[in-house]
Design a protein around this ligand. Structure first.
Ligand code: NOJ
Length: 565
């Protein structure tokens, strides 16, 4: 399949997320690597996606799974070399697959050379001004400069030490090993332009921007208001706070757009961005994809939305209207390396937040990664996940697939505590297990761990559960009822059906409560049944793909079908 040179390729693209440590381990050290990804490129091409996004592959102490970058212009030795990365990009392009990589612009690793220089330099120096160093409060400066909490727990400030004496504090919105860059300093902005160009010049088609809503901080880094009842700082990161979704963050995004647009005349065309911004309501999110800013932005509202017809319909309407207003395509995503696996989420008693026609009911949102009480029904979750992917891939716009979701993998919730690596586990005082359960290495072949992830004698960095012997890619290959076959069929249909991808939809009237049915021209209909009663298919409609068994010409509870009408 040749590379799609339509300059609008990204508006309809399905992008597969590779989390490199957990994808395929070619060298047998227990960690996935670039050669492993190269080995599996044919699998991705056969799956039928249009592009691959590779989560961070840079040198890193791995304090936050590689989102702590110590060198933005190289490849982690554990994963491979720059030359291998070049081979990977060339081969992906030969197979018609575009390649996106991660840009982590809010923070670096504390092991980045510039941070090490800043630590060694004096307060007030040019070196320190690349990051956010401040004096502490109180007579001895031993109180943090403000009351901001870190996303992984504890204070967002860490005190430095020099010559055995306590010194200034530096800001880290995430882990203590992830100091925030000072985006008010033009040297930082210039450096990131150069990093973009470094990778664009090597043939990278675009970037996923990590926490694209966080680089700009409120002037003066003011304290957050304090909740009078709990005494805790009030930090509503989804709806905006002193360090999230500040209006001047958009100046940075506009600057990057000029860099990516400057490649319009190159062989690969203008390069593109997708923003990771957990921002609600969706009208605020839509600002990230105005026509001089980023191209696409993950629609996390839909990811956080509960599995009910009413909420799903509301979130779809809100998204399409808001994105339509700025001329951007919607970007659907069911899961990623930060969220509970979709099979597990949809099998839980509480599947997500409620959405009204006005937006998310914030009271109903328990938090990303929260674990509700009650028993998880993985069979139900898998059934819903099958219906959900037919819904996702039928909606107007582009979509992302997180590695392993095409196999129907579930969250591994019982990893031994001593193996947990997510910084959340330590920083929460061992109260929040974090995100390792969705990062367990892929099962490819065979009946025993490591299931072809690496050579037989190489235990993967996180252990795979025995139940995954039923879910290997090899085992599902050729079984028409498997999760993998459903993904392949839907992606193949999406490629050849002119109604799918970018565009609009029309809701079908006169369907029962609990059923969502929409039509896209020419002649395509998607029906999803969230209710308990089977729904009879319209007479004359031809079933293209069904998540369940549509032989009786009905759609059962938690099933979906694609129809030609
Ligand atoms: C979002 C990334 O997806 C997540 O894995 C990471 O921990 C934070 N940003 C901080 O970089």
């Amino acid at each position: 399949m040749p590379l799609d040179h339509d300059p609008d390729w990204w508006r309809s693209a399905v992008v597969y997320q590779v989390y490199p440590r957990s994808f395929a381990d070619a060298d047998g050290d227990g960690t996935g690597d670039i050669l492993g990804i190269i080995d599996r490129l044919d699998y991705l091409a056969e799956l039928g996606v249009d592009a691959i996004w590779v989560s961070p592959w840079y040198p890193s102490p791995w304090a936050d799974g590689g989102y702590d970058v110590s060198d933005y212009r190289d490849i982690a030795p554990e994963l491979g070399t720059l030359e291998q990365a070049d081979v990977f990009v060339t081969k992906a392009h030969e197979l018609g697959l575009r390649v996106l990589i991660d840009l982590v612009p809010n923070h670096s690793s504390d092991e980045h050379a510039w941070f090490q220089r800043a630590l060694a330099a004096e307060p007030g120096s040019a070196e320190r001004d690349l990051y956010l160093f401040r004096n502490g409060r109180g007579a001895d400066g031993d109180t943090p400069p403000n009351n901001w909490p870190a996303m992984f727990g504890g204070s967002a400030w860490e005190r430095t030490e020099s010559g055995g004496r306590p010194g200034q504090w530096y800001l880290h919105l995430f882990d203590v090993k992830q100091p925030d860059w000072n985006w008010e300093n033009p040297v930082v902005a210039d450096e990131f332009d150069a990093i973009l160009r470094f990778w664009f010049d090597r043939g990278i088609d675009g970037f996923r921007i990590d926490v694209a809503n966080s680089m700009a901080k409120a002037p003066g880094l003011p304290d957050l208001p304090v909740d009078p009842d709990t005494g805790e700082p009030q930090s509503h990161t989804l709806t905006g706070t002193a360090y999230m979704n500040q209006p001047h963050v958009h100046d940075i995004l506009r600057r990057w757009r000029t860099v990516s647009d400057s490649y319009a005349d190159s062989e690969l065309g203008a390069r593109i961005f997708v923003s990771e911004a957990w921002v609600t309501p969706v009208d605020e999110l839509a600002k990230y994809v105005r026509d001089d800013e980023l191209h696409t932005t993950f629609n996390f509202d839909a990811l956080m939305c509960e599995w009910t017809a009413e909420s799903q319909r509301n979130v779809i309407n809100l998204t399409l209207r808001a994105m339509g207003d700025v001329g951007a395509p919607a970007t659907w995503v069911l899961a990623n390396h930060d969220t509970t696996r979709v099979v597990t989420r949809y099998g839980r008693p509480v599947t997500g937040a409620r959405f009204t026609p006005d937006g998310m009911d914030l009271e109903s949102f328990a938090g990303i990664g929260s674990v509700p009480e009650g028993v998880t029904d993985l069979g139900l979750g898998r059934k819903r996940a099958r219906a959900a992917v037919l819904l996702e891939l039928a909606l107007p716009g582009g979509a992302y697939v997180y590695q392993g979701d095409e196999l129907g993998l579930d969250e591994v919730e019982d990893l031994p505590e001593e193996l947990l690596q997510d910084p959340t586990w330590e920083r929460s005082g061992h109260t929040v297990r974090g995100r390792d359960g969705c990062r367990v290495p892929m099962p490819w072949t065979g009946s025993e761990a490591p299931y072809g992830f690496g050579p037989p004698a190489s235990p993967p960095w996180l252990p795979q559960p025995d139940r995954w012997s039923e879910l290997t890619a090899e085992g599902q290959d050729g079984d028409p009822r498997s999760h993998l076959s459903l993904y392949r069929a839907a992606l193949a249909e999406r490629r050849c059906n002119p109604a799918l991808g970018d565009g609009g939809l029309i809701w079908d009237a006169e369907v029962p409560t609990g059923v969502l049915s929409f039509t896209r021209e020419p002649g395509f209909r998607c029906v999803v049944n969230f209710g308990p009663d089977a729904y009879q298919l319209p007479v004359g409609a031809e079933v293209l793909i069904a998540s369940g068994d549509a032989s009786s010409r009905s759609v059962g509870a938690d099933e979906a079908v694609w129809l030609r009408i």
